[in-house]
Design a protein around this ligand. Structure first.
Ligand SMILES: *[C@@H]1O[C@H](CO)[C@@H](O)[C@H](O)[C@H]1NC(C)=O
Ligand SMILES: *[C@@H]1O[C@H](CO)[C@@H](O)[C@H](O)[C@H]1NC(C)=O
Ligand SMILES: *[C@@H]1O[C@H](CO)[C@@H](O)[C@H](O)[C@H]1NC(C)=O
Ligand SMILES: *[C@@H]1O[C@H](CO)[C@@H](O)[C@H](O)[C@H]1NC(C)=O
Ligand SMILES: *[C@@H]1O[C@H](CO)[C@@H](O)[C@H](O)[C@H]1NC(C)=O
Length: 400
């Protein structure tokens, strides 16, 4: 009993500390509903979380398809991953406009240090990868980009993408597609700059740095192609132009209709998640032995979903950002299996090749590299702290 009450007292003391600190850092909860305060894992950041509504419209693709059951789903995935597939053209019903006001689970974090918080004018806009969620950026103690950014004096904004985690789950075939994800990200930039509303948590920012991982890197890159003035800089990980092993990685997912699992009960049939569990997640996202087994276990128990709409439309949003000229940093885990077949130096430097393809106009403002001893989810490997430092030092060097 004694220890239980001691724990409760500590929890209450922590709650009071968080509340007095947040009052000094956040002047309001504007832009959030159901808001609450929290700290990042290492305590460097103080955060406001809640739902935020983003209005966006996009020209999606009408997809003439449905997923009636798991037998159909598995055959559909087999067709998607066939080198001879015609599923993209066979299901393409032409352009279809979508628009809505979408409730996204979002988290705005500032340095917990009030003096550092008062000086912030740059926010890092963090967009997670497919089947992951916003926890990728603040995953466990010692595995938190948000902590590292806060310690360096930066704010961060992370969110569960449309159709993921605690965000709204609209139609996974017609609505949750690449084009709409890109427009939502663009609207988030406008919101953070105070151009689409009065900002979030009483804050607006003069500089926005886009940090994207995997599918989140694809969406961030697509924003630089479509809206070259949006980001002051972008750092992209888990992205190359080498797609030879993507199908093998996705086959290892052994995608299942997500609502067959209790965590996802009730969502529509075009949402998929891993059917292969921990071995499949390790195969696609990790490089043994350079991770902690507890991190892989946590990734397995928190793995999220992707949608048929995204799988069918990712390809159509990939294009060079010919007019983007701000700083770019492309970095991958040196042993990324998904986009490098396990070696990002083979058969050429895939990091440099991606930079050249996606950013033909950046010149000396472009940088590429790879982090040793890390697979696709590089920020969850044992070297993560050093990888965060490389990104943040690069942001500092660019005076952002
Ligand atoms: C978003 O759309 C809703 C209606 O769909 C509207 O009430 C609201 O004012 C819009 N918000 C912004 C910031 O434009
Ligand atoms: C899956 O079901 C849809 C809707 O009935 C159908 O159009 C499609 O051909 C089926 N796909 C496969 C691979 O059976
Ligand atoms: C959808 O596919 C069915 C056959 O699979 C076809 O009869 C129908 O015309 C298609 N509809 C559109 C809008 O393409
Ligand atoms: C879709 O939106 C675009 C841009 O707003 C517009 O030009 C186009 O006419 C719309 N298409 C349809 C089918 O409504
Ligand atoms: C990756 O390929 C490069 C170039 O051939 C080679 O030097 C390096 O040892 C390889 N790395 C691994 C981990 O196999």
């Amino acid at each position: 009993m004694l220890s239980a009450s001691l724990l409760l007292t500590r929890a209450a003391a922590f709650a009071i500390a968080v509340t007095s600190c947040t009052a000094a850092v956040f002047s309001s909860t504007d832009g959030f509903t159901s808001s609450s305060y929290s700290s990042s894992y290492g305590g460097n950041a103080i955060c406001i979380s809640g739902k935020t509504y983003i209005n966006a419209s996009a020209t999606n693709t009408k997809i003439n398809y449905s997923i009636p059951d798991q037998l159909n789903a598995t055959q559909t995935i087999q067709e998607l991953l066939s080198p001879y597939t015609n599923i993209y053209t066979a299901t393409n019903g032409g352009p279809a406009n979508v628009s809505g006001s979408y409730a996204l689970a979002a988290r705005l974090c500032f340095p917990a240090d009030e003096t550092a918080a008062a000086k912030v004018n740059t926010v890092h806009l963090l967009t997670h990868g497919a089947t992951l969620d916003s926890t990728y950026w603040d995953f466990a103690k010692g595995y938190s980009y948000i902590d590292a950014a806060a310690a360096a004096g930066y704010a961060t904004f992370s969110y569960d993408r449309l159709g993921v985690g605690s965000s709204v789950h609209p139609d996974p075939i017609q609505v949750v597609q690449g084009a709409l994800q890109v427009e939502i990200l663009h609207q988030l930039v406008l919101r953070l700059r105070g151009l689409a509303s009065s900002g979030l948590g009483g804050k607006t920012f003069s500089k926005v740095v886009g940090i994207g991982h995997s599918a989140g890197a694809t969406f961030t890159q697509a924003v630089t192609a479509r809206y070259p003035a949006d980001f002051d800089a972008v750092a992209l990980s888990g992205i190359t132009t080498s797609t030879g092993t993507v199908a093998a990685a996705e086959a290892a997912f052994a995608l299942v209709v997500a609502n067959s699992q209790s965590r996802f009960r009730g969502i529509a049939n075009g949402y998929f998640t891993f059917g292969s569990g921990q071995p499949g997640i390790q195969f696609a996202y990790f490089k043994y032995p350079y991770f902690d087994a507890s991190i892989l276990a946590k990734q397995t128990s928190t793995i999220q979903t992707n949608t048929l709409g995204e799988l069918l439309t990712f390809g159509s949003i990939v294009a060079p950002a010919a007019a983007y000229t701000n700083p770019v940093y492309i970095l991958n885990g040196a042993n990324d299996y998904v986009f490098c077949g396990g070696n990002c130096s083979q058969p050429v430097d895939q990091n440099a090749a991606a930079l050249a393809f996606f950013y033909p106009a950046v010149g000396a403002k472009g940088k590429s590299g790879q982090e040793p001893n890390a697979g696709h989810n590089l920020f969850l490997h044992t070297g993560a702290t050093g990888f965060y430092a490389n990104v943040i030092n690069w942001v500092n060097e660019n005076e952002l």
